[in-house]
Design a protein around this ligand. Structure first.
Ligand code: SF4
Length: 101
């Protein structure tokens, strides 16, 4: 009986490509010109600073969708703070939804 070897390396490469294509849009974000910690503020002034940067971002809508779909808890994404995203999810679903499990 002849058996075909399983191409484990090929499978891994395909999975890596899929993961990269899911987040490839992030390379176009305005935040690439700023330190990462700007988008993980510790106070309201920091949130406003990050939101001002997001307001000039060409992919803000996609960024926000990604954060909502993946229930990302921390940071400012798509111009929305954690609190704002939690409110959006609540409004969308008619109930409170935890951002992270
Ligand atoms: S919306 Fe804000 S956090 Fe998202 S990619 Fe643009 S600048 Fe970065």
């Amino acid at each position: 009986m002849h058996t075909t070897p399983i191409d484990i390396t090929g499978e891994i490469q395909i999975r890596r490509h899929d993961a990269e294509s899911v987040t490839a849009w992030m390379a176009d974000g305005t935040c690439r010109h700023h330190p990462t910690d700007v988008f993980f503020p510790s106070d309201g002034a920091g949130v406003e600073r990050a939101r001002a940067i997001c307001a000039r971002c060409p992919i803000a809508e996609r960024c926000l969708d990604y954060a909502l779909e993946n229930r990302i808890e921390h940071g400012v994404w798509g111009g929305a703070s954690e609190r704002a995203r939690r409110r959006m999810l609540r409004d969308r679903n008619g109930r409170t939804v935890p951002l992270a499990s």
